[in-house]
Design a binder for this molecule. Structure first.
Ligand SMILES: [Co+2]
Length: 232
């Protein structure tokens, strides 16, 4: 990406450790994450500590693993949900009306996603997700939040300058497109249902899912066809 985005991401990483004062809803989330981690979180943490302590893995290798969780495993669930909604209007209706139930239909019903709202992008509306106070995120469909999502610059600028943030992610919106910013809490988390790109009419559900990225489901990007036009 261009220098602007690199600059933003660098600032984001630098500021990621900045202190915040979470409100009560978010504080509950933090307490939940830290004091009473879920079974999976606990096992991952224990494993991480053990591996580092024994010198079996280095930090870089672990970061690569976390990167995989952020980009590949977690968001693939969300991608399957979105692809299903694109091809099945009845499923999409259920998803927009009761996201946790529709997501659970596909077998994704882990913690940190009991209360979710799916917001749909269209030609005149673009939705963007943030957690202004901490890092609330829909785990069952997106996995772990990326570092930039948790960073102070993203959390503040998503609200005051969403179009600026979008530009840094390479997303240009026409002036007449309304940008809606959704502030997540421990009580309610959001997932963006991206717009299905033109030229994908003949694709299978599986092929569609392969196009759908985490960034598109957070709302910082759109779903696009690969430059080749795809091999569908
Ligand atoms: Co939060």
């Amino acid at each position: 990406m261009d220098g602007t985005r690199r600059g933003f991401l660098k600032a984001a990483v630098t500021a990621a450790g900045a202190a915040v004062t979470p409100d009560r809803a978010h504080a509950r989330d933090s307490v939940q994450n830290q004091a009473v981690p879920s079974d999976l979180t606990l096992r991952v943490k224990s494993l991480e500590s053990l591996l580092l302590e024994k010198g079996l893995v280095d930090r870089a290798a672990l970061d690569a693993l976390i990167d995989t969780m952020e980009h590949k495993v977690g968001p693939r669930n969300g991608a399957r949900v979105v692809a299903r909604a694109w091809i099945d209007p009845a499923y999409k209706k259920r998803l927009l009306e009761n996201a946790p139930a529709a997501i659970a239909e596909l077998g994704y019903n882990s913690g940190q996603g009991e209360h979710m709202l799916v917001v749909e992008n269209g030609p005149k509306v673009h939705n963007l997700i943030v957690c202004t106070l901490c890092s609330c995120y829909p785990w069952p469909v997106l996995g772990l939040p990326p570092v930039w999502y948790k960073s102070a610059p993203y959390r503040s600028r998503a609200v005051i300058d969403p179009r600026g943030i979008l530009r840094e992610f390479g997303t240009q919106l026409a002036e007449d497109v309304e940008v809606r910013v959704w502030d997540s809490t421990a009580e309610l988390r959001y997932l963006v249902l991206p717009e299905r790109p033109a030229g994908t009419e003949k694709m299978t559900e599986e092929q569609l899912a392969a196009l759908i990225t985490r960034d598109a489901m957070v709302g910082v990007a759109k779903v696009t066809l690969p430059p080749s036009g795809g091999n569908a």
